[in-house]
Design a protein around this ligand. Structure first.
Ligand code: SF4
Length: 370
């Protein structure tokens, strides 16, 4: 990861780089800072051996002291449940590896291609669907941008490039500039989409250098942030979002529906309201991708539909995110909608109508004196 301090002759580390280097990576320290039961430390160490802990201190400051069920803590604290095997939970739940078009480039959906820029993130989310992704072979940064650019050049159907990872804003401004300079040579690319959790977990990243870079990118710009709970959104996050909008980005949010974190209609409605106050539109509410180690976060589809229905009843339509699931091999995200709900409930509807038929027949027999 990026070093905390600069070596002699190297440029000074920026504020965000210092904050990143200072992130908490030791479960014992995280539990001590939050005044949590030390019994949580040992299982956290065991789970962190599979997928290390990483959480910026500014994000920790938004957690409730002494509360092991804090919704932000649950997203980042390694837990014993991650080590339990679960049927249907795999290393690559969304078929990323089958959609590799070049090292560091995934091509799943028509018109769009996704660059796995780097494996580095500011935070390690325990439910991350790429927690087992082989970044060493599949990151564009490691392989150089050229294979990605060559593949994009060769496919005029691609109009939108998505920078993902890991988190693309882990890259320095210099590397981002190199990448977008090369992208500009691909004439058929019109839109740049950035998937990032930085504005939420380490908003210091949205600094003058990043804004200058983004302002100069001559493409339509969409920044999709990732917040799961309203407690993640504070004044600094709102300022970062506002700064991104000021340089021409459209801001959207994607969330993951997580048991114990945001699986209530009130929590989801408050999140939507907080996002809108930060001028961000709720875009997707994802059902959990079934990645090995995250089964304890799963919310079943029936419950998810019920929550979504309650959310729809509480909020204006523009604040209701689309409930979706990613299914490997499908040409788009699969909407989990009323039609699906109808199928889920069709058994009950059929039973009810059969009962009404029986009552009607009895009624007719009675009236005909049978
Ligand atoms: S920031 Fe995104 S890519 Fe990184 S661990 Fe979290 S969910 Fe995964």
């Amino acid at each position: 990861m990026i070093a905390a301090t600069s070596l002699p002759g190297q440029p000074q580390a920026l504020d965000w780089q210092r904050a990143l280097a200072d992130a908490i990576a030791d479960p014992a320290e995280l539990c001590a800072v939050l005044g949590l039961d030390p019994a949580l430390v040992e299982p956290a160490f065991a789970a962190a051996r599979e997928f290390p802990l990483r959480v910026p201190r500014g994000y920790v400051a938004r957690m409730r002291h002494g509360d092991p069920r804090d919704p932000l803590l649950l997203q980042v604290l390694p837990a014993a449940a991650e080590l339990a095997a679960a049927a249907d939970f795999t290393g690559d739940p969304v078929g990323d590896l089958d959609s590799s078009a070049a090292p560091g480039l995934l091509h799943k959906y028509e018109g769009r291609a996704l660059v796995v820029t780097t494996g580095a993130c500011a935070v390690h989310c325990r439910y991350c669907f790429r927690r087992h992704f082989p970044y060493a072979e599949q990151s564009a940064l490691r392989q150089g941008w050229q294979p990605v650019i060559a593949r994009l050049q060769a496919d005029p159907s691609i109009h939108e490039v998505i920078l993902s990872g890991g988190d693309p804003l882990s890259l320095s401004d210099r590397r981002l500039t190199q990448l977008t300079d090369e992208l500009q040579a691909v004439r058929h690319v019109r839109r740049l989409r950035i998937h990032t959790r930085y504005p939420v977990v380490l908003p210091e990243r949205v600094d003058a250098g990043l804004l200058k870079w983004l302002a100069r990118v001559p493409l339509q710009k969409v920044v999709v942030i990732h917040a799961n709970h309203a407690n993640e959104i504070d004044e600094q996050v709102r300022r970062a979002c506002s700064d991104l909008i000021a340089v021409g980005a459209t801001l959207l949010n994607q969330s993951v529906l997580l048991a114990g974190v945001n699986d209530s209609a009130v929590t989801l409605a408050t999140l939507s309201e907080s996002l809108f106050a930060a001028r961000v539109l709720p875009y997707y509410l994802h059902l959990l991708d079934k990645v090995q180690g995250a089964a304890h976060f799963d919310v079943d589809e029936r419950r998810a539909l019920q929550l979504h229905r309650e959310l729809t009843a509480r909020l204006p339509g523009y604040l209701v995110p689309r409930l979706v699931r990613e299914i490997a091999g499908e040409p788009a995200k699969t909407a989990v909608v009323a039609g699906r709900k109808s199928r889920l409930l069709s058994g009950a509807v059929e039973e009810a109508s059969a009962a009404f038929d029986r009552i009607d027949r009895l009624d007719l027999r009675e009236r005909s004196g049978e």
